[in-house]
Ligand binder design. Sequence first.
Ligand SMILES: Cc1cc2nc3c(=O)[nH]c(=O)nc-3n(C[C@H](O)[C@H](O)[C@H](O)COP(=O)(O)OP(=O)(O)OC[C@H]3O[C@@H](n4cnc5c(N)ncnc54)[C@H](O)[C@@H]3O)c2cc1C
Length: 536
Amino acid sequence: MYAYDTRNEGEQAMNYDAIVIGAGHNGLAAAVELAARGWSVAVVEAAGEPGGAVKTREVTLPGFRHDLCAMNLSMFAGSAFFNKNKDALFANGLGIVPAADCFASVFRDQTWLGVSTDLEQTSSRIAGISPKDAAAWKAMLAEFGADAPHIFGLLGSPMPSVAAAKVVWKAWRARGTGWLYDTLKLLVSSPRDFLDARFEHPKVKTMMAAWGLHLDFAPDVAGGALFPYLESMANQAFGMVIGQGGADTIIKAMTSLLASKGGELILGSAVDRIETSGGAATGVRLADGRVLTARKAVIANAHPQIVFGKLLAAEPTRAGFDAKIAKFRAGPGTMMIHLALDGLPDWAAGEALKKFAYVHVAPDLEMMSRVYAEAVDGLLPGEPALVVGQPTAVDPSRAPDGRHVLWVQVRVLPATIRGDALGAIEGRDWDTVKDAYADRVLDILEHYAPGLRARILGRSVFSPLDLERENPNLIGGDNLSGSHHLDQNFLFRPVPGYSRYRTPVKSLYLCGASTWPGAGTGSGSGFMLAGMLAGK
Ligand SMILES: Cc1cc2nc3c(=O)[nH]c(=O)nc-3n(C[C@H](O)[C@H](O)[C@H](O)COP(=O)(O)OP(=O)(O)OC[C@H]3O[C@@H](n4cnc5c(N)ncnc54)[C@H](O)[C@@H]3O)c2cc1C
Protein backbone atom coordinates (compact mmCIF):
# COMPACT_ATOMS: atom_id res chain seq x y z
CA MET A 1 0.00 0.00 0.00
CA TYR A 2 2.74 2.46 0.97
CA ALA A 3 6.06 2.39 -0.91
CA TYR A 4 9.26 2.04 1.06
CA ASP A 5 12.27 3.95 -0.19
CA THR A 6 13.85 1.01 -1.98
CA ARG A 7 16.64 2.81 -3.84
CA ASN A 8 20.13 1.98 -2.71
CA GLU A 9 22.23 4.61 -1.02
CA GLY A 10 24.18 5.56 -4.13
CA GLU A 11 20.99 6.30 -6.05
CA GLN A 12 19.41 8.48 -3.43
CA ALA A 13 19.39 12.24 -3.54
CA MET A 14 20.13 12.79 0.15
CA ASN A 15 19.83 16.57 0.13
CA TYR A 16 16.54 18.32 0.67
CA ASP A 17 15.30 21.78 1.50
CA ALA A 18 13.40 20.31 4.46
CA ILE A 19 13.37 17.02 6.29
CA VAL A 20 10.33 16.15 8.37
CA ILE A 21 10.81 13.66 11.21
CA GLY A 22 7.59 11.69 11.63
CA ALA A 23 4.68 11.06 9.28
CA GLY A 24 1.87 12.09 11.61
CA HIS A 25 -0.76 14.20 9.89
CA ASN A 26 0.96 17.39 11.08
CA GLY A 27 4.29 16.37 9.56
CA LEU A 28 2.51 15.40 6.37
CA ALA A 29 0.59 18.70 6.25
CA ALA A 30 3.86 20.60 6.63
CA ALA A 31 5.48 18.52 3.89
CA VAL A 32 2.55 18.93 1.48
CA GLU A 33 2.48 22.68 1.99
CA LEU A 34 6.24 23.10 1.57
CA ALA A 35 6.30 20.84 -1.49
CA ALA A 36 3.49 22.94 -2.95
CA ARG A 37 5.69 26.00 -2.44
CA GLY A 38 8.50 24.40 -4.42
CA TRP A 39 10.61 23.02 -1.54
CA SER A 40 12.19 19.60 -1.90
CA VAL A 41 10.96 17.60 1.08
CA ALA A 42 11.49 14.18 2.62
CA VAL A 43 9.38 12.78 5.45
CA VAL A 44 11.16 10.13 7.51
CA GLU A 45 8.98 7.80 9.58
CA ALA A 46 10.16 5.22 12.11
CA ALA A 47 7.13 2.97 11.70
CA GLY A 48 6.44 0.82 8.68
CA GLU A 49 3.33 2.85 7.88
CA PRO A 50 2.56 6.56 8.08
CA GLY A 51 -0.16 8.20 10.17
CA GLY A 52 1.10 8.15 13.76
CA ALA A 53 -2.06 8.28 15.87
CA VAL A 54 -4.27 8.09 12.75
CA LYS A 55 -4.15 4.50 11.52
CA THR A 56 -6.69 1.87 10.56
CA ARG A 57 -5.91 -1.81 10.90
CA GLU A 58 -7.57 -5.22 11.06
CA VAL A 59 -6.58 -5.89 14.67
CA THR A 60 -9.32 -8.38 15.53
CA LEU A 61 -10.46 -10.43 12.54
CA PRO A 62 -9.96 -10.19 8.77
CA GLY A 63 -12.41 -7.73 7.21
CA PHE A 64 -12.94 -5.73 10.42
CA ARG A 65 -11.20 -2.36 10.05
CA HIS A 66 -10.49 -0.62 13.34
CA ASP A 67 -9.27 2.95 13.80
CA LEU A 68 -6.36 2.23 16.09
CA CYS A 69 -6.47 5.70 17.69
CA ALA A 70 -8.32 8.70 16.22
CA MET A 71 -11.76 7.99 14.78
CA ASN A 72 -13.48 11.40 14.72
CA LEU A 73 -12.17 13.49 11.82
CA SER A 74 -14.27 16.62 12.38
CA MET A 75 -11.17 18.63 13.28
CA PHE A 76 -9.54 17.63 9.99
CA ALA A 77 -12.67 18.49 8.00
CA GLY A 78 -12.80 21.88 9.72
CA SER A 79 -9.11 22.65 9.25
CA ALA A 80 -7.40 25.32 7.17
CA PHE A 81 -5.26 22.56 5.60
CA PHE A 82 -8.38 20.72 4.42
CA ASN A 83 -9.98 23.94 3.26
CA LYS A 84 -7.00 24.77 1.08
CA ASN A 85 -6.46 21.25 -0.30
CA LYS A 86 -9.90 19.64 -0.34
CA ASP A 87 -10.22 19.18 -4.11
CA ALA A 88 -6.72 17.70 -4.34
CA LEU A 89 -7.34 15.48 -1.30
CA PHE A 90 -10.57 14.10 -2.76
CA ALA A 91 -8.79 13.59 -6.09
CA ASN A 92 -6.20 11.59 -4.13
CA GLY A 93 -8.79 9.28 -2.63
CA LEU A 94 -10.04 11.03 0.50
CA GLY A 95 -13.46 9.80 1.61
CA ILE A 96 -15.40 11.19 4.54
CA VAL A 97 -18.78 10.16 5.90
CA PRO A 98 -21.02 12.49 7.92
CA ALA A 99 -22.79 11.32 11.08
CA ALA A 100 -26.16 12.99 11.63
CA ASP A 101 -26.48 11.45 15.10
CA CYS A 102 -23.24 12.65 16.59
CA PHE A 103 -22.85 11.96 20.29
CA ALA A 104 -24.94 10.87 23.26
CA SER A 105 -24.54 10.04 26.93
CA VAL A 106 -26.12 7.23 28.91
CA PHE A 107 -27.04 7.77 32.55
CA ARG A 108 -27.33 5.60 35.65
CA ASP A 109 -31.11 5.36 35.36
CA GLN A 110 -30.69 3.84 31.86
CA THR A 111 -31.88 6.94 30.03
CA TRP A 112 -29.94 8.88 27.42
CA LEU A 113 -29.51 12.33 25.91
CA GLY A 114 -27.84 13.08 22.61
CA VAL A 115 -27.05 15.62 19.93
CA SER A 116 -28.15 15.16 16.34
CA THR A 117 -27.64 17.69 13.56
CA ASP A 118 -31.44 18.19 13.45
CA LEU A 119 -31.76 20.97 16.04
CA GLU A 120 -35.40 20.21 16.76
CA GLN A 121 -34.53 16.61 17.60
CA THR A 122 -31.82 17.67 20.03
CA SER A 123 -33.84 20.42 21.63
CA SER A 124 -36.94 18.27 22.05
CA ARG A 125 -34.79 15.66 23.83
CA ILE A 126 -33.45 18.36 26.15
CA ALA A 127 -36.91 19.90 26.60
CA GLY A 128 -38.10 16.47 27.78
CA ILE A 129 -36.01 16.96 30.94
CA SER A 130 -35.76 20.75 31.08
CA PRO A 131 -37.57 23.23 28.80
CA LYS A 132 -35.37 25.95 30.27
CA ASP A 133 -32.22 24.09 29.17
CA ALA A 134 -33.64 23.51 25.70
CA ALA A 135 -34.03 27.29 25.35
CA ALA A 136 -30.52 27.80 26.75
CA TRP A 137 -29.14 25.28 24.21
CA LYS A 138 -30.73 27.18 21.32
CA ALA A 139 -29.49 30.50 22.68
CA MET A 140 -25.97 29.09 23.02
CA LEU A 141 -26.09 27.81 19.45
CA ALA A 142 -27.11 31.25 18.19
CA GLU A 143 -24.19 32.79 20.12
CA PHE A 144 -21.86 30.12 18.72
CA GLY A 145 -22.83 31.12 15.19
CA ALA A 146 -21.48 34.60 15.90
CA ASP A 147 -18.51 33.42 18.03
CA ALA A 148 -17.26 30.60 15.82
CA PRO A 149 -15.38 32.63 13.17
CA HIS A 150 -13.46 34.47 15.89
CA ILE A 151 -12.72 31.45 18.10
CA PHE A 152 -11.72 29.21 15.19
CA GLY A 153 -9.73 32.14 13.75
CA LEU A 154 -7.76 32.29 17.00
CA LEU A 155 -7.24 28.51 17.10
CA GLY A 156 -6.02 28.68 13.49
CA SER A 157 -3.42 31.43 14.06
CA PRO A 158 0.15 31.06 15.26
CA MET A 159 0.37 31.93 18.94
CA PRO A 160 1.28 34.72 19.52
CA SER A 161 1.17 36.44 16.14
CA VAL A 162 -0.03 39.50 14.29
CA ALA A 163 -2.67 37.23 12.75
CA ALA A 164 -3.94 36.29 16.24
CA ALA A 165 -3.95 39.95 17.28
CA LYS A 166 -5.95 40.81 14.15
CA VAL A 167 -8.51 38.13 14.99
CA VAL A 168 -8.92 39.64 18.47
CA TRP A 169 -9.13 43.16 17.05
CA LYS A 170 -11.77 42.16 14.48
CA ALA A 171 -13.73 40.29 17.18
CA TRP A 172 -13.63 43.32 19.44
CA ARG A 173 -14.87 45.57 16.59
CA ALA A 174 -17.66 43.13 15.73
CA ARG A 175 -18.72 41.96 19.19
CA GLY A 176 -17.55 44.57 21.68
CA THR A 177 -15.60 44.67 24.93
CA GLY A 178 -18.18 42.66 26.87
CA TRP A 179 -17.82 39.76 24.43
CA LEU A 180 -14.05 39.81 24.79
CA TYR A 181 -14.35 39.53 28.57
CA ASP A 182 -16.90 36.72 28.24
CA THR A 183 -14.65 34.83 25.82
CA LEU A 184 -11.61 35.27 28.04
CA LYS A 185 -13.71 33.93 30.91
CA LEU A 186 -14.73 30.95 28.77
CA LEU A 187 -11.06 30.21 28.02
CA VAL A 188 -10.13 30.02 31.71
CA SER A 189 -13.33 28.47 33.15
CA SER A 190 -13.68 24.92 34.37
CA PRO A 191 -16.35 22.78 32.68
CA ARG A 192 -18.48 22.73 35.84
CA ASP A 193 -18.42 26.50 36.42
CA PHE A 194 -19.21 27.20 32.77
CA LEU A 195 -22.05 24.65 32.61
CA ASP A 196 -23.54 25.53 36.02
CA ALA A 197 -23.87 29.12 34.86
CA ARG A 198 -25.82 28.15 31.76
CA PHE A 199 -27.83 24.97 32.36
CA GLU A 200 -29.90 23.57 35.22
CA HIS A 201 -30.26 19.85 34.49
CA PRO A 202 -27.40 17.53 35.54
CA LYS A 203 -27.89 15.33 32.46
CA VAL A 204 -27.35 18.25 30.07
CA LYS A 205 -24.22 19.26 31.95
CA THR A 206 -22.98 15.66 32.05
CA MET A 207 -23.53 15.19 28.32
CA MET A 208 -21.40 18.25 27.54
CA ALA A 209 -18.76 17.79 30.25
CA ALA A 210 -17.82 14.33 28.90
CA TRP A 211 -15.92 16.11 26.11
CA GLY A 212 -13.54 17.55 28.70
CA LEU A 213 -12.26 14.05 29.40
CA HIS A 214 -11.33 13.53 25.73
CA LEU A 215 -8.61 15.98 26.74
CA ASP A 216 -7.44 16.04 30.37
CA PHE A 217 -10.15 18.28 31.76
CA ALA A 218 -12.06 16.86 34.69
CA PRO A 219 -15.09 18.98 35.68
CA ASP A 220 -13.14 21.28 38.00
CA VAL A 221 -9.98 21.89 35.99
CA ALA A 222 -9.56 25.51 34.88
CA GLY A 223 -9.41 25.96 31.12
CA GLY A 224 -11.59 22.92 30.48
CA ALA A 225 -14.80 24.64 29.41
CA LEU A 226 -13.73 25.48 25.87
CA PHE A 227 -13.62 21.95 24.43
CA PRO A 228 -17.05 20.83 25.74
CA TYR A 229 -18.51 24.11 24.45
CA LEU A 230 -16.89 23.86 21.00
CA GLU A 231 -17.59 20.14 20.53
CA SER A 232 -21.20 20.41 21.66
CA MET A 233 -21.97 23.39 19.48
CA ALA A 234 -19.87 22.32 16.47
CA ASN A 235 -21.53 18.90 16.45
CA GLN A 236 -24.93 20.57 16.62
CA ALA A 237 -24.07 23.08 13.88
CA PHE A 238 -21.91 20.99 11.53
CA GLY A 239 -22.21 17.36 12.64
CA MET A 240 -19.38 14.86 13.00
CA VAL A 241 -17.42 13.18 10.22
CA ILE A 242 -15.48 9.93 10.14
CA GLY A 243 -13.31 8.42 7.41
CA GLN A 244 -14.79 6.32 4.61
CA GLY A 245 -13.36 2.87 5.30
CA GLY A 246 -11.23 4.18 8.18
CA ALA A 247 -9.58 7.29 9.56
CA ASP A 248 -6.46 6.41 7.55
CA THR A 249 -8.22 7.84 4.50
CA ILE A 250 -6.71 11.22 5.42
CA ILE A 251 -3.21 9.73 5.62
CA LYS A 252 -3.54 7.88 2.32
CA ALA A 253 -4.77 11.05 0.62
CA MET A 254 -2.04 13.22 2.19
CA THR A 255 0.79 10.82 1.28
CA SER A 256 -0.54 10.48 -2.24
CA LEU A 257 -0.82 14.26 -2.56
CA LEU A 258 2.71 14.63 -1.21
CA ALA A 259 4.06 12.17 -3.80
CA SER A 260 2.24 14.06 -6.57
CA LYS A 261 4.09 17.20 -5.51
CA GLY A 262 7.47 15.44 -5.59
CA GLY A 263 7.79 14.91 -1.82
CA GLU A 264 9.40 11.71 -0.56
CA LEU A 265 8.20 9.43 2.21
CA ILE A 266 10.78 7.15 3.79
CA LEU A 267 9.16 4.50 5.98
CA GLY A 268 10.60 2.10 8.52
CA SER A 269 13.53 4.47 9.21
CA ALA A 270 13.84 5.94 12.68
CA VAL A 271 15.79 9.16 13.00
CA ASP A 272 18.51 8.48 15.55
CA ARG A 273 20.10 11.89 15.64
CA ILE A 274 19.61 15.42 14.43
CA GLU A 275 22.83 16.65 12.85
CA THR A 276 23.98 20.15 13.76
CA SER A 277 26.75 22.47 12.77
CA GLY A 278 27.49 25.86 14.29
CA GLY A 279 24.35 25.70 16.44
CA ALA A 280 22.07 25.01 13.47
CA ALA A 281 20.31 21.81 12.39
CA THR A 282 21.73 20.54 9.12
CA GLY A 283 20.05 17.17 8.69
CA VAL A 284 19.27 13.84 10.29
CA ARG A 285 21.07 10.54 10.82
CA LEU A 286 18.91 7.44 10.44
CA ALA A 287 19.19 4.29 12.54
CA ASP A 288 20.77 2.52 9.54
CA GLY A 289 23.53 5.13 9.41
CA ARG A 290 22.35 7.12 6.40
CA VAL A 291 22.59 10.89 6.70
CA LEU A 292 20.06 13.17 5.02
CA THR A 293 20.89 16.84 4.81
CA ALA A 294 18.45 19.72 4.99
CA ARG A 295 19.34 23.06 3.41
CA LYS A 296 16.60 25.09 5.10
CA ALA A 297 14.80 23.25 7.89
CA VAL A 298 14.53 20.12 9.98
CA ILE A 299 10.95 19.79 11.21
CA ALA A 300 10.30 17.38 14.06
CA ASN A 301 6.74 16.02 14.22
CA ALA A 302 8.04 14.26 17.31
CA HIS A 303 7.43 14.81 21.00
CA PRO A 304 9.81 17.54 22.27
CA GLN A 305 11.14 15.15 24.93
CA ILE A 306 12.21 12.79 22.13
CA VAL A 307 13.83 15.63 20.19
CA PHE A 308 15.66 17.27 23.08
CA GLY A 309 16.10 14.14 25.22
CA LYS A 310 17.24 11.66 22.56
CA LEU A 311 17.87 13.10 19.11
CA LEU A 312 20.15 15.96 20.11
CA ALA A 313 23.22 15.85 22.29
CA ALA A 314 22.96 17.97 25.45
CA GLU A 315 24.34 21.46 24.95
CA PRO A 316 25.22 23.75 27.89
CA THR A 317 23.86 26.87 26.15
CA ARG A 318 20.50 25.12 25.87
CA ALA A 319 20.36 23.80 29.42
CA GLY A 320 17.53 26.08 30.57
CA PHE A 321 15.35 25.21 27.61
CA ASP A 322 16.06 21.47 27.88
CA ALA A 323 15.13 21.56 31.57
CA LYS A 324 11.78 23.15 30.73
CA ILE A 325 11.12 20.56 28.01
CA ALA A 326 11.96 17.78 30.46
CA LYS A 327 9.19 19.14 32.72
CA PHE A 328 6.58 19.27 29.92
CA ARG A 329 3.84 17.20 31.57
CA ALA A 330 2.05 14.30 29.96
CA GLY A 331 -1.70 14.05 30.35
CA PRO A 332 -3.11 10.85 31.87
CA GLY A 333 -2.98 7.71 29.76
CA THR A 334 -5.63 6.05 27.67
CA MET A 335 -6.49 2.51 26.61
CA MET A 336 -8.12 1.37 23.38
CA ILE A 337 -10.37 -1.67 23.24
CA HIS A 338 -11.32 -2.80 19.73
CA LEU A 339 -14.18 -5.25 19.35
CA ALA A 340 -15.46 -7.15 16.34
CA LEU A 341 -19.19 -7.71 16.92
CA ASP A 342 -22.00 -9.66 15.32
CA GLY A 343 -24.34 -6.73 15.99
CA LEU A 344 -24.35 -3.26 17.51
CA PRO A 345 -24.72 -3.01 21.30
CA ASP A 346 -28.31 -3.30 22.57
CA TRP A 347 -28.28 -0.15 24.68
CA ALA A 348 -30.68 -0.53 27.58
CA ALA A 349 -31.38 3.21 27.40
CA GLY A 350 -32.90 2.90 23.95
CA GLU A 351 -32.64 1.45 20.46
CA ALA A 352 -32.04 4.94 19.07
CA LEU A 353 -28.50 4.93 20.51
CA LYS A 354 -27.45 2.39 17.88
CA LYS A 355 -27.36 5.21 15.32
CA PHE A 356 -24.91 7.44 17.21
CA ALA A 357 -21.25 7.80 16.24
CA TYR A 358 -20.19 8.26 19.87
CA VAL A 359 -21.92 7.10 23.05
CA HIS A 360 -20.28 8.44 26.22
CA VAL A 361 -20.49 6.15 29.22
CA ALA A 362 -19.64 8.80 31.78
CA PRO A 363 -22.92 9.05 33.64
CA ASP A 364 -22.34 11.99 36.01
CA LEU A 365 -19.90 14.74 36.91
CA GLU A 366 -19.00 13.06 40.20
CA MET A 367 -17.56 10.00 38.48
CA MET A 368 -15.66 12.23 36.03
CA SER A 369 -13.98 14.00 38.96
CA ARG A 370 -13.27 10.69 40.67
CA VAL A 371 -11.76 8.92 37.67
CA TYR A 372 -9.43 11.83 37.02
CA ALA A 373 -8.31 12.01 40.65
CA GLU A 374 -7.70 8.25 40.75
CA ALA A 375 -5.71 8.24 37.49
CA VAL A 376 -3.42 11.12 38.43
CA ASP A 377 -2.89 9.42 41.79
CA GLY A 378 -1.62 6.27 40.03
CA LEU A 379 -4.74 4.16 40.64
CA LEU A 380 -6.56 2.02 38.12
CA PRO A 381 -9.92 3.79 38.21
CA GLY A 382 -12.86 1.85 39.59
CA GLU A 383 -15.23 3.31 37.02
CA PRO A 384 -13.44 4.86 34.02
CA ALA A 385 -15.18 7.12 31.52
CA LEU A 386 -15.76 5.41 28.16
CA VAL A 387 -16.03 6.90 24.71
CA VAL A 388 -17.79 4.22 22.71
CA GLY A 389 -17.38 4.77 18.99
CA GLN A 390 -19.79 2.97 16.66
CA PRO A 391 -18.13 3.70 13.30
CA THR A 392 -20.02 0.98 11.44
CA ALA A 393 -23.31 2.64 12.44
CA VAL A 394 -22.17 5.46 10.14
CA ASP A 395 -19.91 3.61 7.68
CA PRO A 396 -20.89 -0.07 7.31
CA SER A 397 -18.02 -0.63 4.84
CA ARG A 398 -15.60 -1.20 7.74
CA ALA A 399 -16.94 -4.67 8.56
CA PRO A 400 -18.44 -7.65 6.72
CA ASP A 401 -22.19 -7.43 6.03
CA GLY A 402 -24.25 -7.24 9.19
CA ARG A 403 -21.14 -7.20 11.39
CA HIS A 404 -19.72 -4.25 13.30
CA VAL A 405 -16.62 -2.83 14.93
CA LEU A 406 -16.70 -1.07 18.29
CA TRP A 407 -14.06 1.53 19.24
CA VAL A 408 -13.81 1.97 23.00
CA GLN A 409 -11.52 4.65 24.35
CA VAL A 410 -10.97 4.38 28.11
CA ARG A 411 -10.43 7.71 29.89
CA VAL A 412 -8.39 8.33 31.98
CA LEU A 413 -5.63 5.99 33.21
CA PRO A 414 -2.30 6.17 35.02
CA ALA A 415 0.90 5.63 33.04
CA THR A 416 2.51 4.05 36.10
CA ILE A 417 0.22 1.90 38.22
CA ARG A 418 0.42 2.34 42.00
CA GLY A 419 -2.67 0.36 42.87
CA ASP A 420 -6.27 -0.40 42.01
CA ALA A 421 -9.05 1.87 43.26
CA LEU A 422 -11.22 -1.22 43.79
CA GLY A 423 -8.42 -3.34 45.27
CA ALA A 424 -9.28 -6.18 42.90
CA ILE A 425 -6.46 -6.10 40.33
CA GLU A 426 -3.11 -7.15 41.76
CA GLY A 427 -0.60 -6.37 38.98
CA ARG A 428 1.35 -3.14 38.75
CA ASP A 429 2.46 -3.14 35.12
CA TRP A 430 0.28 -2.71 32.06
CA ASP A 431 1.32 -5.91 30.28
CA THR A 432 0.11 -7.89 33.30
CA VAL A 433 -3.12 -6.03 34.04
CA LYS A 434 -4.42 -4.91 30.66
CA ASP A 435 -6.75 -7.84 30.07
CA ALA A 436 -8.15 -7.73 33.60
CA TYR A 437 -8.73 -4.00 33.21
CA ALA A 438 -10.37 -4.48 29.80
CA ASP A 439 -12.71 -6.98 31.52
CA ARG A 440 -13.65 -4.27 34.03
CA VAL A 441 -14.51 -2.01 31.11
CA LEU A 442 -16.60 -4.75 29.48
CA ASP A 443 -18.48 -5.26 32.77
CA ILE A 444 -19.44 -1.58 32.68
CA LEU A 445 -20.48 -1.83 29.04
CA GLU A 446 -22.46 -4.99 29.76
CA HIS A 447 -24.42 -3.04 32.39
CA TYR A 448 -25.44 -0.38 29.84
CA ALA A 449 -25.71 -2.75 26.86
CA PRO A 450 -26.77 -6.18 28.20
CA GLY A 451 -25.67 -9.08 26.03
CA LEU A 452 -22.67 -7.24 24.57
CA ARG A 453 -20.18 -9.92 25.64
CA ALA A 454 -22.12 -12.56 23.73
CA ARG A 455 -21.85 -10.44 20.58
CA ILE A 456 -18.04 -10.28 20.65
CA LEU A 457 -16.33 -12.14 17.78
CA GLY A 458 -12.85 -10.74 18.42
CA ARG A 459 -11.11 -8.30 20.73
CA SER A 460 -7.83 -6.43 20.75
CA VAL A 461 -6.64 -4.31 23.66
CA PHE A 462 -4.02 -1.56 23.51
CA SER A 463 -2.87 -0.51 26.98
CA PRO A 464 -1.23 2.90 27.50
CA LEU A 465 2.11 1.13 27.16
CA ASP A 466 1.07 -0.57 23.90
CA LEU A 467 0.01 2.81 22.51
CA GLU A 468 3.46 4.24 23.30
CA ARG A 469 5.06 1.20 21.65
CA GLU A 470 2.96 1.94 18.55
CA ASN A 471 3.85 5.62 18.53
CA PRO A 472 6.64 7.00 20.74
CA ASN A 473 4.93 10.39 20.77
CA LEU A 474 2.25 8.93 23.09
CA ILE A 475 4.46 8.96 26.16
CA GLY A 476 2.85 6.91 28.94
CA GLY A 477 -0.12 6.33 26.62
CA ASP A 478 -0.95 10.05 26.76
CA ASN A 479 -3.22 10.53 23.75
CA LEU A 480 -2.61 14.29 23.88
CA SER A 481 1.23 14.26 23.65
CA GLY A 482 1.23 16.64 26.61
CA SER A 483 -1.37 17.89 29.07
CA HIS A 484 -3.57 20.70 27.74
CA HIS A 485 -3.95 22.45 31.06
CA LEU A 486 -3.66 26.22 30.83
CA ASP A 487 0.02 26.35 31.80
CA GLN A 488 0.86 24.18 28.78
CA ASN A 489 -1.56 25.57 26.23
CA PHE A 490 -1.85 28.64 23.98
CA LEU A 491 1.40 30.62 24.13
CA PHE A 492 2.82 28.23 26.75
CA ARG A 493 2.85 25.16 24.44
CA PRO A 494 5.20 23.35 24.70
CA VAL A 495 7.13 25.89 26.80
CA PRO A 496 6.85 29.66 27.18
CA GLY A 497 8.61 31.60 24.45
CA TYR A 498 8.61 28.71 21.96
CA SER A 499 4.97 28.43 20.92
CA ARG A 500 5.78 29.51 17.35
CA TYR A 501 7.44 26.17 16.49
CA ARG A 502 11.02 27.44 16.54
CA THR A 503 13.58 26.05 19.00
CA PRO A 504 16.90 27.32 20.38
CA VAL A 505 18.58 25.28 17.60
CA LYS A 506 18.55 27.34 14.42
CA SER A 507 16.69 25.71 11.50
CA LEU A 508 15.12 23.11 13.83
CA TYR A 509 11.37 23.39 14.27
CA LEU A 510 8.74 21.43 16.17
CA CYS A 511 5.20 20.64 15.07
CA GLY A 512 2.56 18.14 16.18
CA ALA A 513 0.23 17.62 19.10
CA SER A 514 2.79 18.87 21.64
CA THR A 515 2.73 22.28 19.99
CA TRP A 516 0.00 24.88 19.52
CA PRO A 517 -2.93 24.29 18.85
CA GLY A 518 -2.44 20.86 20.41
CA ALA A 519 -3.83 17.38 19.93
CA GLY A 520 -6.42 16.31 17.41
CA THR A 521 -6.65 15.79 13.70
CA GLY A 522 -6.70 19.48 12.69
CA SER A 523 -3.21 19.49 11.09
CA GLY A 524 -2.89 23.05 12.39
CA SER A 525 0.70 23.13 13.64
CA GLY A 526 2.21 21.50 10.55
CA PHE A 527 0.24 23.69 8.17
CA MET A 528 0.92 26.94 10.06
CA LEU A 529 4.62 26.15 10.45
CA ALA A 530 5.00 25.47 6.72
CA GLY A 531 3.24 28.74 5.94
CA MET A 532 5.59 30.60 8.29
CA LEU A 533 8.68 28.96 6.76
CA ALA A 534 7.70 29.43 3.14
CA GLY A 535 6.30 32.91 3.73
CA LYS A 536 2.58 33.63 3.57
C1 LIG B 1 -6.23 6.61 21.35
C2 LIG B 1 -6.35 7.95 20.70
C3 LIG B 1 -7.57 8.38 20.22
C4 LIG B 1 -7.69 9.63 19.62
N1 LIG B 1 -8.90 10.01 19.10
C5 LIG B 1 -8.98 11.17 18.41
C6 LIG B 1 -10.15 11.48 17.67
O1 LIG B 1 -11.10 10.69 17.59
N2 LIG B 1 -10.19 12.66 17.01
C7 LIG B 1 -9.14 13.54 17.03
O2 LIG B 1 -9.23 14.62 16.43
N3 LIG B 1 -7.99 13.23 17.68
C8 LIG B 1 -7.88 12.07 18.35
N4 LIG B 1 -6.72 11.74 18.97
C9 LIG B 1 -5.59 12.69 18.94
C10 LIG B 1 -4.89 12.69 17.60
O3 LIG B 1 -4.97 11.44 16.99
C11 LIG B 1 -3.41 13.08 17.77
O4 LIG B 1 -3.32 14.26 18.54
C12 LIG B 1 -2.76 13.34 16.44
O5 LIG B 1 -2.97 12.29 15.53
C13 LIG B 1 -1.26 13.58 16.62
O6 LIG B 1 -0.73 13.90 15.37
P1 LIG B 1 0.75 14.42 15.19
O7 LIG B 1 0.82 15.01 13.83
O8 LIG B 1 1.15 15.25 16.34
O9 LIG B 1 1.72 13.18 15.19
P2 LIG B 1 1.63 11.61 15.61
O10 LIG B 1 0.33 11.12 15.16
O11 LIG B 1 2.01 11.51 17.01
O12 LIG B 1 2.75 11.07 14.64
C14 LIG B 1 4.10 11.32 14.84
C15 LIG B 1 4.91 10.30 14.07
O13 LIG B 1 6.30 10.56 14.34
C16 LIG B 1 6.97 9.33 14.34
N5 LIG B 1 8.25 9.48 15.02
C17 LIG B 1 8.47 9.83 16.33
N6 LIG B 1 9.79 9.82 16.59
C18 LIG B 1 10.42 9.50 15.41
C19 LIG B 1 11.79 9.34 15.03
N7 LIG B 1 12.78 9.49 15.91
N8 LIG B 1 12.07 9.01 13.75
C20 LIG B 1 11.09 8.86 12.84
N9 LIG B 1 9.77 8.98 13.16
C21 LIG B 1 9.44 9.30 14.42
C22 LIG B 1 6.00 8.39 15.05
O14 LIG B 1 6.28 7.05 14.75
C23 LIG B 1 4.65 8.86 14.49
O15 LIG B 1 4.29 8.12 13.35
C24 LIG B 1 -6.56 10.47 19.53
C25 LIG B 1 -5.32 10.03 19.98
C26 LIG B 1 -5.20 8.77 20.54
C27 LIG B 1 -3.85 8.29 20.97
